[in-house]
Design a protein around this ligand. Structure first.
Ligand SMILES: Cc1ncc(COP(=O)(O)O)c(C=O)c1O
Length: 469
C-alpha cells in the first residue's frame, strides 16, 4: 500500500468512527473549556505545535480525538444553528476541494472551478429572476452583506471609492430584526454604526414599508443622506420575510440601492410553494444567499448576487500585474471579489446541486418549512409550552411556561440531551429551535419537544422578561 493510500484509508476510518459516534451519542459530553483542554492533552499531548514534527500517524490520531469531542452539528439533536445535517455529495465536494487546493482568483489556477463558480452563480441569479445578473462566492453571509453595502455606498456616493467619505451624514435602513452584520458592516465601511436606522416591524417581525418610507423622509428633512435599504429574507431569530415588493417601491421612489439579505431565506427562491415569501426578488439590486444554511452544504458556501453584470468588477477590481493576466478575464473572479486568495466554496455546492437537482432542493426546503410548522403546531398543542409567533420559515421560537429559557438551553447541553439556543424577542428570552437538517423528521421534533419539557420540569421557576434593546 502506498503512503497516500494509507493516509486516505485512515481519514476514511476517522470519518466512519465519527459518524458512528454521532449515531450513538448525538450530543458530545459537555466539558468546560479547561476540562476539554486537559482531556485532549492527556490523549494527544500539548496542543501547541512542538519544535520537532510528529509522524503523520500521530497527527491523524490527534485529528480523530479532536473530531470525537467536537459538538455534533450534524446530529438529530442539533437545533442550535441555522445549519445542520450532512449532504454526502457536498461533503465529498469539500474533501476533494481540500485535496485540490485551488484558489479561486484566476482561471489559470482554478481551471474548471472558475467555470463552475460562474455556472452556479448564474443558476442562482436566475432563481432570483436576474436576467443579466452575476455573482461571487463569499466567505459567509456577513461578508456578502459587507460587499453589497460597499457597492450601495459607492453607487450613492460616486467619489467615495477614490477619495473616501467627506464627512456626510449618511443612513442605511434595515429592520430591527436584521442580522448584526448590518450594523457591524456600517461601522467598518465608514457609514458609522449609528447610521443604521431600525425600521419598525409588525407582529411577525417583518419590516413595515410605511415606517421605512417615513424614516427616509425624516432623514432627508434633517439633511441626512440615505444610502441603502437592506431587507431581510428570513430573519435570524424569527425567520421572518420583509415584504420585498413594497420595499422595492420605496427604494425606487427614493432612488436607493436595495439589498436583500437572504442568507437564511434565499433558499425559498427554490420552491414554488414558498416563493411567494420573496415576491419581487428581482427588483433588488443585490442578494445574499447562503448555501451553507438550508441547502446542507458544509460551511462556508455563500453567494452574493447582483442584478447588473459588471457591478462587481466596477467596485472590487484592482490591478495586480503579478496575478491578473487576462488569460480568461471573464473567469478571473478575483477581479470581482473583496478577497485575493479564495477558498473553493463552489465545488461542494455544485456536487450537492447535481445530487438534489432543482426539484430535490425544492423538496428539501419545503420539508424544512413544513417541519417548523409542525413544531409550531405541536408547541401550541402542549400546555407547558408557549409559541412566540407562527414561524414564516424554519425557526420556531417558544418558551416553557414559567421557566427560564437560558437555563433550559444550558441544561439540555450539559445533560447531553440536545443543543438549542436562546434569543430575545420583544423583551422576552425565548428558545430558538432551528429546523435546518433535511434528514430530520416529525419524530425528531417530537423527541426534542418531549426533552425540553422534561428538562424544564427539573428547573426552578424563573422569568424570561429582558430589557428591550
Ligand atoms: C439573516 C442573516 N444574515 C446573515 C447572516 C450571517 O451569515 P454567515 O454566518 O454566513 O456570515 C446570518 C447568520 O445567521 C443571518 O441569519
Amino acid at each position: 500500500m502506498t503512503a497516500t493510500q494509507s493516509f486516505l484509508e485512515r481519514v476514511q476510518q476517522i470519518g466512519e468512527t465519527l459518524l458512528q459516534a454521532e449515531r450513538d451519542e448525538p450530543v458530545t459530553p459537555y466539558r468546560a473549556c479547561s476540562e476539554l483542554r486537559d482531556q485532549l492533552v492527556s490523549r494527544i499531548g500539548q496542543l501547541a505545535p512542538a519544535r520537532q514534527g510528529a509522524s503523520i500517524e500521530a497527527v491523524l490520531d490527534g485529528l480523530e480525538q479532536i473530531a470525537l469531542c467536537t459538538p455534533r452539528t450534524g446530529s438529530r439533536r442539533f437545533f442550535n444553528q441555522l445549519f445542520s445535517g450532512r449532504t454526502e455529495a457536498a461533503a465529498a465536494g469539500e474533501m476533494i476541494a481540500a485535496l485540490l487546493n485551488t484558489s479561486m482568483y484566476t482561471y489559470k489556477v482554478a481551471g474548471p472551478h472558475a467555470l463552475i463558480e460562474t455556472v452556479l452563480t448564474q443558476h442562482m441569479a436566475r432563481f432570483v429572476g436576474y436576467e443579466h445578473g452575476e455573482g461571487i462566492f463569499s466567505p459567509g453571509g456577513s461578508l456578502a452583506n459587507l460587499a453589497a453595502m460597499i457597492m450601495a455606498r459607492n453607487e450613492a456616493l460616486p467619489n467615495v471609492r477614490e477619495h473616501g467619505l467627506d464627512g456626510q451624514r449618511l443612513a442605511v435602513y434595515a429592520s430591527g430584526e436584521c442580522h448584526y452584520s448590518i450594523r457591524k458592516n456600517a461601522g467598518m465601511i465608514g457609514l458609522g454604526r449609528q447610521s443604521v436606522r431600525w425600521v419598525e416591524v409588525d407582529d411577525r417581525g417583518r419590516m413595515m414599508p410605511e415606517a421605512l418610507d417615513a424614516a427616509i423622509a425624516a432623514d432627508r428633512q434633517r439633511g441626512v443622506r440615505p444610502v441603502a435599504i437592506i431587507a431581510t429574507a428570513g430573519t435570524t431569530v424569527l425567520g421572518a420575510f420583509d415584504p420585498i415588493e413594497p420595499i422595492a417601491d420605496v427604494a425606487e421612489r427614493h432612488g436607493l440601492w436595495l439589498h436583500v439579505d437572504g442568507a437564511l431565506g434565499g433558499s425559498a427562491l427554490l420552491t414554488e410553494r414558498h416563493r411567494h415569501l420573496v415576491a419581487g426578488a428581482a427588483r433588488a439590486d443585490s442578494w445574499t444567499w447562503d448555501a451553507h444554511k438550508l441547502m446542507g452544504v458544509p460551511l462556508s458556501s455563500s453567494v452574493l448576487l447582483v442584478r447588473e453584470r459588471g457591478m462587481l468588477e466596477k467596485h472590487f477590481s484592482e490591478a495586480a500585474a503579478y496575478l491578473f493576466h487576462n488569460d480568461e478575464a471573464a473567469f478571473d473572479h478575483g477581479t470581482r471579489s473583496i478577497q485575493c486568495g479564495r477558498r473553493n466554496d463552489a465545488l461542494k455546492l455544485w456536487a450537492a446541486w447535481k445530487f438534489y437537482g432543482d426539484e430535490g432542493y425544492a423538496r428539501r426546503i419545503d420539508h424544512l418549512f413544513d417541519l417548523a410548522r409542525y413544531a409550531a403546531d405541536e408547541i401550541e398543542r402542549r400546555p407547558g409550552l408557549v409559541l412566540t409567533c407562527r414561524p414564516e420559515s424554519i425557526t420556531v421560537c417558544f418558551e416553557a411556561v414559567g421557566k427560564p429559557s437560558d437555563a433550559i438551553c444550558q441544561s439540555l447541553w450539559r445533560e447531553q440531551r440536545a443543543m438549542v439556543g436562546h434569543a430575545e424577542v420583544r423583551g422576552r428570552r425565548i428558545i430558538r429551535m432551528a429546523c435546518a437538517n433535511g434528514e430530520m423528521t416529525r419524530e425528531d421534533v417530537d423527541a426534542f419537544l418531549d426533552t425540553v419539557e422534561e428538562v424544564a420540569a427539573g428547573i426552578p421557576d424563573g422569568d424570561n422578561a429582558v430589557e428591550r434593546r
